[in-house]
Design a protein around this ligand. Structure first.
Ligand code: MG
Length: 174
């Protein structure tokens, strides 16, 4: 998980006075589990742990916008959208960011702008990363997202340990 990118993004927002931060967030394998059928009709709509708290928090913030990044077919997306809304999660856009306009330096016609990407195809671990994002957000913006009871503290510790396993693998040589 690229927590450093989240930390850096919020530092840039403060230093450069950015009005918004754009979160581009994948659906299957990131917010809800990927199904195994040939289509998504039998997929269980359930949220990964702590995704609800984080996504509700971002939904409420006027200075953060969320783009749902998904290949879900058009005739199925309403179902997903309603499920997310019923959990207090409100995305601003679907697979686009019309809010960030083209500049002389950047053409967003074919690659839309985002500040932070969460995607299980891009190193996001849905079982552990949401709680770490919650904590990093709390530290970056000095607000509260999760009540840190013993269970949540233990889960955070487990998530941190899990992410360190990969890092340790990189520095071990035979
Ligand atoms: Mg995915």
């Amino acid at each position: 998980m690229n927590l450093f990118n989240i930390k850096k993004t919020f530092e840039m927002k403060r230093v450069k006075n950015w009005p918004e931060i754009y979160w581009c967030i994948d659906l299957h394998g990131t917010i809800i589990p990927s199904g195994s059928g040939s289509d998504d009709k039998t997929d269980k709509l359930e949220l990964y742990p702590y995704s609800k708290e984080v996504l509700q928090f971002i939904s409420k913030r006027k200075d953060m916008m969320m783009i749902l990044w998904t290949s879900t077919p058009a005739d199925r997306i309403g179902n997903v959208w309603n499920f997310l809304n019923s959990n207090g999660i409100y995305f601003d856009y679907l697979n686009q960011n019309p809010h960030a306009l083209k500049t002389p330096r950047s053409d967003f016609d074919r690659k839309f702008y985002f500040s932070i990407l969460l995607d299980d195809r891009s190193s996001f671990d849905p079982l552990y990363d949401w709680i770490m994002i919650a904590r990093q957000l709390e530290l970056s913006i000095k607000d509260s997202i999760i009540e840190w009871n013993d269970i949540n503290k233990k889960n955070l510790q487990m998530a941190i340990s899990n992410s360190n396993v990969e890092l340790n693998d990189l520095i071990i040589f035979n």
